[in-house]
Design a protein around this ligand. Structure first.
Ligand code: TMP
Length: 205
């Protein structure tokens, strides 16, 4: 039986990591779960992550950045995600193609169309079965992350992050995703995600 592919998406500091870790803890005794993240998730993809996020790479062009995210994803999909899905596992992934649409498409201004095109190639068209889109209702907390040091993307400036937030706002109007109010308490956000998952995971033993 085929597994299921679940992604968590949203702006920096929206609580995706906390909640996806708690979801994993809640489901791990019942399901075989592969918990992973982007950019990263395999040895090669993590090396690409280091390259992208290194603040010393300040001269990296926007197109290079977009292609590196897609390259990291291509390796991750083929080496880890597809084999896990094909062996019936539940794959929980922090960030996927929507992050590239938000950060590179809107944030860097490369446009949604081209970003979708390079990512279709990178993923061979793989789509998540469930996407949780964490809605911060405009309350970005990237500033806190910057205070803690900030990677190359986090320190890209407030206008960049405004465009990223706008992307998530636009994406949340589509019907394809489960919109989660991330301004609620951790317990409430976790409960919303688990309720949706329990209904969907019924078919997986
Ligand atoms: P993380 O903080 O969620 O680990 O992600 C690292 C940064 O990479 C974060 O600022 C979002 C950014 N990012 C993109 O710009 N495009 C992408 O496709 C992905 C997956 C992440």
């Amino acid at each position: 039986m085929k597994g299921i592919f679940i992604t968590f998406e949203g702006p920096d500091g929206c609580g995706k990591s906390t909640i996806s870790n708690l979801v994993y803890e809640n489901l791990k005794d019942k399901y075989e779960i592969v918990k992973t993240r982007e950019p990263g998730g395999t040895e090669i993809s993590e090396k690409i992550r280091d390259l992208i996020l290194d603040v010393n790479n300040s001269s990296m062009t926007d197109r290079t950045e977009a292609l590196l995210y897609a390259a990291s994803r291509a390796q991750h999909v083929e080496e880890k995600i597809i084999p896990a899905i094909n062996s019936g596992k539940v794959v929980i992934c922090e960030r996927f193609v929507l992050s590239s649409i938000a950060y590179q498409g809107y944030g860097r201004g490369l446009g949604e169309k081209d970003i979708r095109m390079i990512n279709d190639f990178a993923t061979s068209g793989l789509k998540p079965d469930i996407t949780f889109l964490f809605d911060m209702k405009g309350n970005s907390s990237v500033e806190r992350k910057i205070e803690l040091g900030g990677d190359r993307l986090e320190i890209s400036g407030s206008e960049f992050h405004k465009r990223v937030n706008k992307a998530y706002e636009d994406l949340s109007k589509k019907d394809d995703y489960y919109i989660i109010d991330a301004t609620k308490s951790i317990d409430e956000v976790l409960e919303s995600c688990l309720n949706i998952l329990k209904a969907k995971l019924g078919g997986i033993k």
